[in-house]
Write a protein that binds this ligand. Sequence first.
Ligand SMILES: Nc1ncnc2c1ncn2[C@@H]1O[C@H](COP(=O)(O)OP(=O)(O)OP(=O)(O)O)[C@@H](O)[C@H]1O
Ligand SMILES: O=P(O)(O)OC[C@H]1O[C@H](OP(=O)(O)OP(=O)(O)O)[C@H](O)[C@@H]1O
Ligand SMILES: [Mg+2]
Length: 280
Amino acid sequence: MRIAVPNKGRLHDPTVDLLDRAGLSIEPTADRQLYADTVDPDITVLFARAADIPEYVADGAADLGITGLDQVRESGVDLEDRLDLGYGECRLVLAAPEEDDLASVDDLAGKTVATEFPRVARDYFADADVSPDIVEVSGATELTPHVEMADAIIDITSTGTTLRVNRLEIVDEVLASSVRLFARPDVESEKASQVETALDSVIAAEDKRYLMLNAPADRLDEIEDVIPGLGGPTVLDVDEPNTVAVHAVVPEREVFQTITDLKEKGASDVLVTEIERLVE
Ligand SMILES: Nc1ncnc2c1ncn2[C@@H]1O[C@H](COP(=O)(O)OP(=O)(O)OP(=O)(O)O)[C@@H](O)[C@H]1O
Ligand SMILES: O=P(O)(O)OC[C@H]1O[C@H](OP(=O)(O)OP(=O)(O)O)[C@H](O)[C@@H]1O
Ligand SMILES: [Mg+2]
């Protein structure tokens, strides 16, 4: 089975790191090599441009692909969005110079819009029943309104810094994007499901912590009451009078309050650790 992975740019490192944490480490390759083995003998990784990955998957060159939703929409191919991997989060927006007072998509009638995403732009304007001229550029889109190439742009924003320093303001959101695991709609292999489960298990573990503590056996009910999270805690006997060990998976953002509450209820030897993977 082949997984297409971004070969460079901002999506490369987090994708390689995610596969690693999912137990699908990529074997070392020569620099610039465009495919690699993984620790699983049945899984090979292909390195391709983020924008080409949808096409690789649709054509059958790869069975699964990891890339931005924006790239899949722009490619126009029909892929199944199997799993949101939670990084590369950004928005494609319609933006125009602050001083131009373009208030809505309707104000773009008869105007020119520059973008690296002409298909997404056309689909968006077709939905809005407005048909500006679309000019395709391959980067630095934010410059085009200031050199009279375009009246507005459709481009990626995440922190908003690039729009701000170029004195552009958002007129409308076109698409919210993030990196996803994509498959052809007909790919139903067991291996593909295993990859999906492995990636999902890493994401599921990211905002959780494993909590271990000793509790007075006669206050176990109170202790269990203050432990939030997944199912009930696991309670284990230990070789000390009136003591049990309690293990639980809790949301990271509740760890601070939980420890405070646990101490109040007589817990001791509290340990908090990160979780690598969680298969629910
Ligand atoms: N500023 C951003 N914040 C978050 N995600 C982004 C941002 N810019 C791009 N992305 C996501 O990353 C994908 C690839 O972006 P891009 O085409 O710019 O990659 P690249 O050119 O390989 O990387 P870079 O521009 O960093 O060299 C985009 O399609 C989008 O999904
Ligand atoms: O809202 P911000 O955090 O400022 O991010 C938005 C910018 O990030 C991307 O550019 P990138 O840095 O990838 O450069 P590129 O145009 O060369 O791809 C995108 O094309 C925007 O220009
Ligand atoms: Mg870029």
